[in-house]
Design a protein around this ligand. Structure first.
Ligand code: ADP
Ligand code: MG
Length: 718
């Protein structure tokens, strides 16, 4: 059935063939629906007249009623302009025209009452308006409400589209009688329970809101709609997948787990670690195939959670794998896990790119015959030659960028797909995780092991080095180690930034009594490895580096992280770098060094770092400042972010609501969700439809009333 809104835009009054082409090319508007959903990017207040004395320079637009007093032409040549004095009855202001001077001079009559509309300038000379919109004041037609302003491209302007043209078309559309029959897209039951504005009213109000309050309600409704369908799509996809894929049932908590927990564990688990382990156990026990994202700030103890999860698999006759992004990190994990594993008689092996052929063969054999219980490694681990006898769980560390495709390779490692635990220290705001990793469950370690001293974060200028150097010297003399991070490897004459090479010279000169290692991304891996190892072993006390050290390195003796040109780094990245220190029990420092002239915005951004060490707060702030499109991980995530009205950075609560509503619908009547074109891909969220019949409406509304027993209070949401 073809709907009114699907009508070709060329059939709308005022459009026609030629304009339809422009609408398509410049606005991507092809149908009535496209136009109805093409919302203004801002609104101007036409609801009242301002008096000249109220006007400030910050006002985007003002509407003033009054009379021209006189006109004069001033200046010569290019500077020639028409200047009018305009009075609102009490005060005067200037109105200026720089072109078509004579036309305007003759057009407007002194003494007649006009309405001016434009962007005010306020300077030492008082208030002025340039080229305002001028119309006759009509007492029988009082000021309107709010007027939408639409984005108008240069191309559209050239084709003769005026600023108000789209607004007129929208009015033409809404005045068609068929518009009254446009179908609601959200089930009535949901509208009622959630107090959402009905579609037709919301569409009207998005274009011509009667008041800011009504605009807010219309927007909430449109945002909800967008997020609700996104969640329906994601949830349907992940449920479908988990219905098709059975996980291995690991019902036993056995000898290894209990033995380790009672006799060998080197510390008491934190409450958060215990909770997360319970969540993981619940997944593994039920026969669901686990796909869980474990978020925990740097130093929160994810490694132990990984190890104990692997033990659950081992106790059920399976093998476990732990994959890390770098060789250094894999080696560190190997050292930790083999120490723990040996205590309970497990065989742990390490497989990386530099594992020798003979050892590699030995490992392949041990994996196949089941003698190896736990394999640690880099990407080498998911190569096709690596086969397990019985892989029960794969843990992926520090790679929230590990996408669906790569996870699929791991699923393929075993006849029954292994459970997958992805761990990350880059806390992704929940709203984003729910959307980007819609098919992952999320667990959070929100508690650090006891006894950690906080990290003190300082913001300093380049030119103020004495204090920074004094701090470095003091820590070095106390036996500690320090990191110094630079944005560049080598000097670049075009950029006024510090580089590792230059930094290395300076640091060696300043601290001749200490050895310095140097690491950056353009080194050969084995050289880098050796340099890094000298720092890890404590032989070198200072490490100068680029951000290659960002991930995973654990040197508890390091107590200072200096970041040069900190203004060049994103907040999440700064937080990651900061996490390299504070791993011991002494007070640690992170010094953000910037050039002298940083803008107020940059200062504000960096001061978030000095205010909190909570990774979630940092990443939420980061997302608000940069927008979710720039967040790490979103580009690779496979889900297109073409959200129109909703904003993942700020609409977290609406997203939550949308998620709950989508869950309710899928739980009550999954059969109502129709996906006409589905190739089973998470990326494709087009064309999901909800078809509610009378008979299903009852079930749905019962479910909704049950889930949303407490009415939703929108005033608490936005
Ligand atoms: P991350 O979450 O950054 O990977 P790690 O697993 O490397 O953190 O843990 C950081 C440090 O804290 C390690 O030295 C680890 O042994 C220690 N640790 C982990 N859990 C606890 C705990 N519950 N109590 C005390 N120390 C812990
Ligand atoms: Mg770690």
């Amino acid at each position: 059935m073809s709907e009114f809104l699907d009508t070709d835009i060329k059939f709308l009054k005022g459009v026609g063939e030629a304009r339809a082409k422009t609408l398509a090319s410049e606005f991507d508007i092809h149908t009535f629906r496209d136009l109805a959903y093409y919302f203004p990017f801002r609104y101007v207040d036409r609801s009242r007249f301002y008096s000249i004395s109220e006007i400030t320079g910050e006002m985007p637009f003002v509407q003033i009623r009054g009379r021209f007093i006189n006109f004069s032409i001033e200046g010569e040549g290019a500077k020639k302009r028409l200047v009018a004095a305009f009075s609102d009855g009490r005060r005067m202001m200037q109105v200026l025209w720089f072109s078509k001077i004579h036309l305007f001079k003759d057009l407007y009559k002194p003494g007649t009452e006009y309405v001016l509309f434009g962007k005010p300038n306020v300077g030492s000379y008082g208030v002025s308006l340039s080229h305002p919109e001028v119309s006759l004041y009509d007492p029988s037609n009082p000021p309107g409400g709010f007027e939408g302003v639409y984005n108008l491209s240069e191309g559209a302007r050239k084709k003769g589209f005026a600023a108000k043209f789209l607004g007129k078309l929208v009015l033409n559309l809404f005045s068609r009688p068929e518009f009254a029959n446009v179908r609601e897209t959200i089930p009535e039951e949901l509208l009622g329970v959630l107090h959402l504005m009905p579609l037709r009213e919301a569409l009207r109000m998005m274009h011509h809101p009667a008041s800011p309050d009504i605009l807010r309600k219309a927007r909430e409704r449109m945002k909800f709609e967008e997020l609700f369908y996104l969640q329906l799509h994601i949830l349907r996809f992940s449920r479908e997948r988990s219905r098709r894929t059975r996980g291995r049932i690991m019902s036993r908590i056995g000898e290894k787990f209990n033995g380790f927990y009672s006799n060998c564990i080197p510390f008491e688990l934190t409450g958060a670690q215990k909770r997360v382990l319970r969540e993981i156990r619940e997944d593994m026990r039920t026969g669901r195939q686990m796909n869980r994202l474990l978020q925990g700030d740097v130093g929160s103890g994810k490694t132990m959670v990984a190890f104990m999860s692997i033990l659950m698999a081992v106790d059920n006759g399976c093998q476990g794998a732990l994959m890390a992004p770098t060789e250094i990190l894999a080696t560190q994990h190997y050292e930790t896990l083999s120490e723990w594993g040996h205590k309970i008689g497990l065989r742990v092996e390490l497989l990386t790119g530099s594992t020798r052929a003979a050892k590699r063969r030995e490992i392949h054999e041990g994996l196949l015959n089941g003698e190896i219980n736990i394999l640690i490694g880099t990407h080498a681990l998911i190569e096709d030659t690596v086969r397990f006898r019985n892989l029960g769980i794969a843990v992926i560390d520090e790679q929230h960028r590990f996408g669906v495709a790569q996870r699929a390779r791991i699923w393929g490692k075993s006849e029954i797909p292994p459970h997958v635990l992805v761990m990350t220290a880059t806390p992704i705001p929940r709203t984003l995780a729910m959307t980007v990793y819609g098919d992952l469950e999320v667990s959070v370690i929100d508690e650090l092991p006891p006894g950690r001293k906080p990290i003190k974060t300082l913001l300093r200028y380049h030119d103020n080095r004495v204090e920074v150097d004094r701090l470095l010297r003091r820590e070095l003399e106390a036996g500690r180690q320090v990191y110094i991070v630079y944005p560049l490897i080598a000097e670049n004459p075009k950029l006024e930034l510090k580089s590792v090479e230059e930094g290395y010279e300076t640091v060696c000169g300043k601290f001749p009594e200490y050895k310095v290692s140097c690491v950056h991304g353009r080194m050969k891996p084995d050289v880098k490895e050796r340099q890094m190892q000298r720092f890890v072993s404590g032989e070198c006390r200072i490490l100068v580096a680029t951000t290659v050290i960002e991930v995973g390195v654990n040197v508890p003796n390091a107590s200072v992280m200096v970041i040069e040109n900190a203004e060049r780094f994103g907040l999440s990245q700064l937080h990651q770098l900061r996490g390299r220190v504070g791993r011991g029990s002494d007070l640690s420092y992170c010094v953000l060094v910037t050039k002298q002239q940083i803008g107020a915005d940059t200062r504000k951004r960096l001061s978030i770092m000095t205010e909190t060490t909570d990774g979630f707060l940092v990443s939420e702030a980061d997302m608000k400042l940069r927008g979710p499109g720039d967040m790490e991980g979103t580009q690779q995530s496979g889900i297109a972010f073409n959200l129109n009205v909703a904003n993942l950075a700020t609409d977290g609560q609406i997203l939550n609501l949308a998620r709950r509503a989508a869950e309710a619908v899928l739980d009550a009547r999954p059969d109502l969700v129709r996906v006409p074109r589905s190739d089973g891909h998470a990326d494709d969220r087009s064309d999901i439809k909800l078809e509610i019949s009378d008979s299903s409406a009852d079930i749905l509304s019962r479910e909704l009333r049950y889930r949303f027993a407490k009415t939703v209070d929108w005033s608490q949401i936005s």
